[in-house]
Design a protein around this ligand. Sequence first.
Ligand code: ADP
Ligand code: MG
Length: 238
Amino acid sequence: MPPISFEHVTKRFGDVRVVEEFDLEVADGELLVLVGGSGSGKSTILRMLAGLETVTTGRIRIGDRDVTALSPKARDVAMVFQDYALYPHMTVRENLSLGLKLRGVARAEIERRVAWAAGILGLEPLLDRRPKALSGGQRQRVAMGRAMVREPAAFLFDEPLSNLDAGLRAQMRVEIGALQRRLGTTTIYVTHDQVEAMTLGDRIVVLANGRVQQVGRPIDLYRAPANRFVAGFIGTPP
Ligand code: ADP
Ligand code: MG
């Protein structure tokens, strides 16, 4: 049983079809990249998986559970956003702890997980700072740490690096890839950036107007793009 599957998932906002007949199976431990232009439906797909948006038709499974009708809290996924969504009045330690506290995790276990994530992400010297005293890259690490301490079945990244400058973006991309491999946590990573997609993804799903154009490994997309849209998007030479 794959840890995540979408079965014929469709999303409409009023009369507007935003996602059409979306089918996907993400394998255990896989880093799957969802790539497409602005408005192609990437965030909507992630938000439906996280339970932040309802599904119009179709089904979503995580592991052997049908989660289509479950609340966000009941789904074992952790989302990392582009704007970090850190609490400005709380320290890094508090930002990392809060979600676990609200879930009723015992204090010693919270401390263990925060120390573990801070160690891996290099956040130990920053635990008592507030977000405004951190650089963009450090804030992004805190946002990742907050997802890590949940020890979820899957990480969902929604354009996590869009607010960073080009140099830092390249560095954080490498860090996220290394972290995902180290933890082995199933990940769906959304981006509009072809380079990010091609360097990070075990497999890539190319979306346009809410429809899947192609699913494959980076090398497959490069060698045999399914159509001109994919070829243009990936930048395959003619
Ligand atoms: P992406 O993340 O690829 O940029 P989105 O999933 O955010 O795309 O949006 C896909 C389409 O759905 C866009 O045309 C957007 O305007 C529309 N959309 C997203 N959320 C809503 C909403 N809550 N109500 C109406 N339309 C929406
Ligand atoms: Mg989006």
